[in-house]
Write a protein that binds this ligand. Structure first.
Ligand SMILES: [Zn+2]
Length: 202
């Protein structure tokens, strides 16, 4: 099977066709092995840029297209903003204490600027506020270098997307493919408080 050519990564989860990662799913990497996801995406981007600079035939292979799609998706979340109790969560605050990365349901907000500002004010009041991230791999993955920290944040993203338990490639792909902003009837939302008052990660 050719690795080149146009294809739509939204249609089905891409599976690596050959090489040492054959049979693996970049959709799963994104959450379970975010360092590999980042490394392979960066390598593809570098090769693509080099080919363009050298005037060679620059084409993105399927893996590159699939990784880019996953990286830039803004998936629907299943959690309601704790400030307006309406819109789905779009942003969350990262807290840090003694180098330990934390994220909590009460420090999340919808896309409304007023809610985002209230969230950041509340997070700053803890003295542990570090940054605000969007629920998107492209926003989350560059924030930290280490696998453990990246995984804490991608795990929190999964919680916001309503995915718990074992990672299922098809379920994850479907959740990544849903658009933000639209509250769907079959995707009921939970109040952010239900994510617990304590830190999810400590
Ligand atoms: Zn809100």
């Amino acid at each position: 099977m050719s690795e080149k050519g146009s294809f739509d990564p939204a249609l089905e989860p891409y599976v690596i066709q050959s090489g040492k990662h054959a049979g693996e799913s970049p959709t799963i990497w994104a959450f379970r092995n975010p360092r590999r996801f980042k490394r392979i995406l960066r390598r593809r981007e570098d090769e693509y840029r080099k080919a363009i600079r050298a005037g060679r035939d620059a084409r993105k292979d399927r893996l590159h297209i699939a990784l880019e799609w996953l990286n830039t998706r803004k998936p629907q979340t299943k959690v309601r903003c704790p400030f307006c109790n309406q819109g789905p969560v779009r942003f969350f605050a990262v807290l840090e204490e003694n180098g330990i990365v934390q994220a909590e349901g009460r420090f999340t907000s919808c896309e409304a600027l007023s809610c985002k500002m209230k969230m950041e004010e509340a997070a700053r009041a803890t003295g542990k506020y570090r940054m605000t991230l969007e629920v998107q791999l492209k926003s989350i993955l560059p924030a930290y270098k280490g696998q453990a920290d990246c995984r804490k944040l991608t795990s929190f993203m999964l919680v916001l997307m309503g995915i718990t338990g074992r990672l299922d490639r098809d379920e994850l792909h479907q959740a990544m493919g849903t658009s933000p902003g639209l509250m769907q009837e079959d995707r009921p939302t939970l109040p952010a408080e239900m994510l617990g008052q304590g830190s999810l990660f400590s």
